[in-house]
Design a protein around this ligand. Structure first.
Ligand code: SAM
Length: 366
């Protein structure tokens, strides 16, 4: 039996990753092929999925040649965690993502397959390439807000107080910031400088960082602002959080110009994200690792599942509006799906893609 799932408004794609994670360990007698189709109105959401899949592939290559515990494999897993949930990341992650962007742009521009099980529909390539180029280009460096840490701290505080106020008005318990066990340092450093600290066993943040973090933990005078200055100088903003096309559109609308709500995608708490993603997974054995290692382990498991599934897996990526795409799928309006079947073994072969799905995930799209 084939299994086919459709994700309408895939967003941060955590449902997609968790499906992969679960399917990788499911008994194969239940399905012989797995086709997942993901749709989103925002090219940014799809581009981020491609970046993470490219890193999944890099992780699998390092794992094969050097082992899962090698520095190279761990560093890719941690980079995936930062890209998925961090607002800022150390420069080593920035370098990893920049080379991923270069290779994705080149493959998409040449119409080459990115990975044997991944198919980016022709209609979707242009907007995704444009997003990848924006993330690579200098415009992200000159990006507003000019003081992103201050901006984020201020707006997250404001969002928290709104949530508290509505909880009070509705008679609910006042929500508390989440602190999963083992993530106390993450809470402290996110609240102080909007960063997730690199795992203690890694040198991702450079030599100076451990001392600066210790100073914040010991509540030394001005430790918090010294840490913020260090992050400003040595860390980079997570480019995948920016949607410059949407920002341009927002700013050109006289009714909206000036308001910075176009940056509302930045207003999330990475410790909540951890809970949403790994909530159902058993906690790791031994002393609880922090957010980056726990998410890194999650992506390592996703990567293992992809290796397990790779011969039966297809992921189709379509950019656009859900109702429109559903209609086109129903009435066979996508040319690429109508091509003559590829030679036996050609992968991915869009002529074999499903138009009926066993499961449709609609989420909360309008
Ligand atoms: C709130 S997120 C949901 C993410 C994820 N599916 C979940 O449930 O956690 C909504 C996503 O749907 C996308 N979206 C909203 N309206 C859409 C539409 N009409 N067609 C396609 N995507 C849409 C947005 O761009 C966003 O990425």
């Amino acid at each position: 039996m084939d299994l086919s799932y459709l994700y309408c408004g895939v967003g941060d794609a955590r449902h997609l990753y968790t499906t992969l994670l679960v399917a990788g360990s499911a008994p194969r007698k239940f399905f012989q092929a797995l086709q997942l189709t993901i749709i989103d109105l925002k090219a940014q959401a799809l581009a981020k999925v491609l970046v993470l899949f490219d890193l999944v592939d890099a992780y699998n290559k390092h794992k094969q040649s050097e082992g899962a515990a090698s520095d190279a494999a761990l560093s890719v897993a941690r980079s995936m965690a930062y890209i998925f949930a961090g607002h800022f990341y150390p420069s080593s992650v920035h370098n990893a993502i920049q080379s991923t962007l270069t290779s994705l742009i080149e493959k998409l521009e040449k119409g080459q397959p990115i990975l044997p099980w991944l198919y980016v529909a022709e209609v979707s390539r242009e907007p995704i390439i444009a997003t990848l180029k924006e993330w690579k280009g200098p415009s992200v460096d000159a990006h507003n807000p000019k003081e992103p840490i201050d901006w984020l701290k201020h707006h997250i505080r404001e969002k928290d107080s709104h949530e508290m106020l509505s909880a009070l008005q509705m008679g609910y318990d006042i929500p508390k910031p989440s602190v999963p066990s083992g993530c106390e340092d993450d809470r402290l450093f996110f609240d102080n400088a909007c960063i997730l600290p690199p795992p203690k066993t890694s040198d991702m943040g450079g030599d100076e960082l451990p001392q600066l973090l210790d100073a914040v933990k010991s509540k030394l005078a001005s430790a918090s602002s010294t840490l913020v200055d260090h992050v400003r100088q040595h860390w980079k903003a997570n480019v995948t959080l920016f949607d410059l096309a949407w920002e341009k559109q927002w700013k050109s609308n006289p009714a909206l110009k000036g308001d910075d709500e176009y940056l509302s995608g930045l207003l999330f708490d990475p410790l909540d994200v951890l809970g949403m993603v790994v909530g159902d997974l058993p906690p790791p054995k031994g002393p609880s690792p922090g957010v980056i290692d726990r998410l890194g382990m999650y992506f390592a498991k996703v990567a293992d599942s992809i290796t397990e599934l790779s011969s039966i897996l297809t992921i189709e990526v379509i950019h656009g509006e859900v109702a429109d795409i559903m209609e086109k799928l129903t009435y066979d309006c996508f040319d690429y799906r109508l091509k003559a079947p590829g030679a036996a073994g050609t992968r991915p072969d869009p002529s074999k893609f499903h138009k009926k799905f066993d499961h449709i995930h609609l989420s909360n799209i309008p």
